[in-house]
Design a protein around this ligand. Structure first.
Ligand code: NDP
Ligand SMILES: O=C(O)C1=N[C@H](C(=O)O)C[C@H](O)C1
Length: 269
């Protein structure tokens, strides 16, 4: 048996799913052992390499997650909240590391991961790139250094197929800014402005979401005061940055104690 951890990719036909299949396939430290799609998907029963328009790689797309997860030591999952909760239960059963990139999870859905985390390593982050995780640290530091005369606004832009807002990354940045200020994000987040909103409430952290075309992911954290603005920015120009972080997490999680972790743990930031 190979000593490279086996990886099953969920949502294998998706934008991130295909990127992950390619990256795991190209890795000399991990091997692809499973590709999962939802029942009824056109790709079920096809070799994932061929379905993606390339050569066969010997992994057949299945709608039976248990079958795909059984030989895996890690599941890399960029799908949708309800699916991710199902995969978490299966990962826990198989004692596989569950790397979760899925965003748009409610607080209840996040809390529902806890039973699975008693048996499996769960690594979850709204953005798996090194750049964004570093940006959360910078955001926290700048927010801690400035007072409430600096209005914090988080502006994110994504492609027109994205289904959740604000993005997972925007929320990570908001959490970091709130932590820097010593407040709870839930108390200060302003996520929807429309009509006669009244003047901006001092201390709020505002969110704006732009959706258009094929934008991969852009995030600004603006600190706006009278006479000056500081803007911290991350631009993703290739989804590889997210996949690279996910593969790193799948490797990092091997042999760790069960529990919930994030990319700051993985990256040692
Ligand atoms: N953390 C990070 O670094 C990043 C996170 N993301 C997040 O990852 C998620 C996916 O993004 P993206 O790849 O662009 O989205 P896509 O819609 O392209 O891909 C999602 C895939 O998951 C599949 N899927 C949904 N439900 C199930 C299920 N029950 N079983 C199997 N497959 C299922 C979808 O199938 P179908 O099309 O049939 O619904 C689709 O193929 C989003 O939440 C996004 O925000 C994205 C990039 C980076
Ligand atoms: O849906 C996407 O595409 C992305 N989602 C993540 C998010 O919600 O922040 C990460 C990245 O920005 C791309």
């Amino acid at each position: 048996m190979s000593d490279q951890p086996g990886v099953a990719v969920t949502g294998a036909s998706g934008r991130m799913g295909q990127m992950l299949v390619s990256q795991v396939g190209a890795s000399d430290r991990l091997r692809l052992v499973g590709a999962i799609e939802r029942p009824g998907h056109d790709w079920i029963g096809q070799d994932i390499g061929e379905a993606m328009g390339g050569a066969p790689i010997g992994v057949i797309v299945t709608d039976d997650p248990l079958q795909a997860i059984a030989p895996a030591q890690a599941i890399i999952d960029f799908t949708a909240p309800a699916a991710t909760l199902e995969f978490a239960a299966l990962a826990a059963q198989a004692r596989a590391v569950h790397v979760i990139g899925t965003t748009g999870m409610s607080e209840d859905e996040i809390a529902a991961l806890e039973p699975a985390a008693r048996h499996a390593v769960i690594i979850r982050a709204g953005n798996m790139s090194l750049g964004v995780n570093l940006l959360t640290q910078l955001t926290q530091r700048v927010a801690a250094a400035l007072d409430e005369d600096y209005d914090i606004e988080i502006i994110e832009a994504h492609h027109n197929q994205k289904v959740d807002a604000p993005s997972g990354t925007a929320l990570m940045l908001g959490e970091a800014a709130a932590k820097g200020r010593g407040v709870a994000l839930g108390d200060v987040a302003d996520r929807a402005r429309d009509g006669i909103t009244g003047a901006r409430r001092k201390g709020d952290i505002g969110f704006t979401a732009i959706r258009g075309g094929d934008i991969i992911g852009e995030h600004d954290v603006m600190f706006a005061a009278a006479g000056e603005r500081i803007i911290l920015r991350h631009v993703a120009s290739d989804r590889t940055v997210f996949a690279r972080g996910a593969l790193k997490a799948a490797l990092w999680g091997q042999g760790r104690a069960p529990g919930q972790y994030d990319m700051l743990d993985v990256l040692g930031l």
